[in-house]
Ligand binder design. Sequence first.
Ligand SMILES: [Zn+2]
Length: 468
Amino acid sequence: MNKIFTYFFCLLLLATNQLAAQTDSHCGTLLTDEQKVLLLDYAQNGRGFATKSAAQYYVPIYFHFVGDDAGKGFYNSHQLMLDLCELNRQYAAVGFYYYLAGIEYISNSTYFDHDYNGGYDMMRQKNKPNVANVYIVLNPAGNCGYFSPGRNGVAVGKNCMGTGATTLAHEMGHFFSLPHPFDNVTGVQEYVNGTNCAVAGDLFCDTRADFLNTRWNCPYTGNQLDPLGDKYDPDETLFMSYASDHCAHRFSDEQIDAMKYNINTSRINLKGPLQDTMPVQQTAKRIWPPDNAAQKPTESKFMWSSVPGADYYILQVSQISVFPSNLPVDIMTKDTSYIATGLTNGRTYRWRVRPVYAARTCTDFTTDLGVFVTSLTTGIDAAESTEMLVYPNPAAKNSLVTVAFQTEQTGEIKASISTVEGKTISSSLLQKQSDLQYSLSIDGLPAGIYFVELSNGSNTTRHKLMVE
Ligand SMILES: [Zn+2]
């Protein structure tokens, strides 16, 4: 009995240790021959390059949101934009400014929770040219993240992203050729006294000798000795070390030198054009649904005003008053409208939209756009085109109908109402309510089906309207 108990206890221990090892693995980037060649080239030809290099480089970064086969589990898009903002703070001293070159959503469980083979296949299939490809997944081969020199892509676990995390900064360091401070590029261990720093360890002389290739918390309190018998004092402030996230906040001058050499040599295709990085606060305005309106849970429509210069919009829908990481709708899109198909019937939801600029991702949502409820029998619908909506439809007798535009209108808008037989009943000007919304009176119209023709002098559109 005791033997059996011991046996199971050992099995349990083994399983627990493996689990711990898996979640504790910081970085899966191995020092490959490709990386060694780059570093030796830098050591021979690149030292001091930063002094003759440009102060600022604009680097295109492409994010692949990876979810499971069902399209679930994508990393929160708003948080990713804040992470990109943070990455730019972390790289400010380097002189690299990352701007959003593009995004895509990939629904693939084999990529979402992958081993190295799955990750390499993902990068081979999905990498875009002339950008830094970054994949946000659930599990990047048991690590927080890794850079694959062979596949030329970075994978980061979504649990190792977020405010205060340094994994992305670390992996982008590998992407731009950096080794860990404990790596031995020439196979020779670096001495604490610095005498062989240029030809041993990571080949940098301003990163102290380091031997800690597992996650460690700062400050270092061990007593490990180097081959000469001197006590190690590894530098926890370096992003490239394995010190905990809260300890690391910088690259050394020589590491910066090597990254600048790299972007001017083997990564010269990534030198992007000047970006407009000035902060802006522009708000998308609600067009549809009207506040407190009912929407079909299987077909909830959202429409908002276009914002000048915005490259993307983030639409989020939440069942509670805050917007946590797992939302029923969390999508980044170039469009100004979206149809959600997976909401739950009989619930109240809030929704919000923020514009995203490729090189200014630090902005927050300014305001919620409103509340709606889901109902299988919706009471409100709209006659719509891609440019405007006329609602409610059907409309009640002797009421006001709203006409909502996606862009601000200049000049007067004429509305004429006619019967289905083509007989004009009335002609009037729309009354402006706000920048995007106008109203049209249907006083005196009997119940029936009508056509509303809207004209601003250059364009005319026709909408079917039911009065009941
Ligand atoms: Zn690493």
